[in-house]
Design a protein around this ligand. Structure first.
Ligand code: DAK
Length: 257
């Protein structure tokens, strides 16, 4: 894979995508958005990779969409530029995606972190939806995901009045899974990813799909989705191996089959 606005790296079973428009606080232009989602898709398909990490740099995870690129756009431009499809593509990733966030995660940057499955935040992380300050609203899921995660009132304050959350607040309100020192925040996220990468791969995928169903359906439908994911696991080699290993008091050897 060759990209101009992102860097990619594979560490063992972990695929890492690093946003790399440092001069613009990692604001997304059309090229970076496309490259990001292409890289995620490629890692999702790669058999060697089990978990994905998306990150920026210490100062900025991502400061949102590129305002300079977007400023003169019409409604038709916004609709037809493929942004909507691009954002939908992250939801299609089947492997777990961890956002390693340091510094600013604003607008589309915050929405990218929210679209991931878990967030490791550095102590300097700041989450916000400042679109209201430039005359628009979040367009990549911010109003919906924040309201579901934080409840209506805090989400409303963030979206209507540009309230930002620091790392401690993000942890307190359940946005971040963990907060770690800025020095080594990416390594901490990779270590977290490596832990998950050692778990039964098919069960991890089914688990991700099931938890996501809780955000997208009613309880009744969500419970059905969980069952649809639960039963097929009993036809996998890994289920036999996992239960046998427990009985034999040894570590399981997962095949992903
Ligand atoms: N766009 C373009 N350039 C940006 C940028 C952005 N979002 N954020 C920062 N930069 C650029 C600055 O213009 C500056 O460039 P130069 O002037 O040096 O050329 C450089 O990055 C450094 O920024 P600052 O000088 O401002 O640095 P500070 O440390 O003082 O401030 C900051 C950092 C991140 C707090 C500040 O730059 C800032 O407030 N940035 C804007 C944040 C923002 O408003 N973000 C929301 C953007 S709207 C869609 C889905 C989603 C979206 C759109 C469509 N569809 C599905 C269709 C998303 C929309 C958004 O995210």
């Amino acid at each position: 894979m060759s990209f101009t606005t992102i860097l990619t790296e594979v560490k063992g079973k972990v695929g890492i995508v690093k946003l790399n428009r440092t001069q613009a606080m990692n604001a997304f232009n059309a090229v970076m958005l496309k490259e990001l989602f292409d890289a995620l898709k490629a890692f999702d398909k790669d058999e060697r990779i089990r978990v994905l990490v998306v990150t920026g740099n210490e100062k900025a995870f991502a400061a949102g969409a590129d305002i300079k690129e977007m400023a003169e756009s019409s409604a038709v431009d916004m609709l037809t530029q493929g942004h909507v499809e691009a954002w939908d593509r992250i939801r299609a990733v089947r492997k777990p995606v961890i956002a390693a966030v340091s510094g600013w995660a604003l607008g589309g940057g915050c929405e990218l972190a929210l679209s991931c499955d878990m967030i490791v935040a550095s102590e300097s992380a700041k989450f916000g939806q400042p679109e209201i300050t430039i005359g628009v609203i979040p367009g990549a899921g911010g109003t919906q995901r924040l309201a579901r995660l934080l409840g209506k009132h805090l989400a409303m304050e963030m979206v209507i009045n540009n309230r930002t959350l620091n790392a401690a607040e993000a942890l307190q309100f359940g946005l971040a899974n963990r907060v770690v020192p800025v020095d080594g925040y990416l390594e901490a996220a990779i270590a977290f990813a490596e832990e998950i990468a050692e778990r039964a791969p098919l069960a991890v995928r089914m688990a991700k799909d099931s938890v996501n169903a809780a955000f997208e359906t009613s309880l009744t439908e969500g419970l059905k989705a969980e069952k649809r994911n639960f039963y097929p696991l009993f036809s996998t080699e890994d289920q036999k191996e996992g239960m046998k290993a427990f009985i034999e008091k040894r570590q399981p050897n997962w095949k992903g089959r």
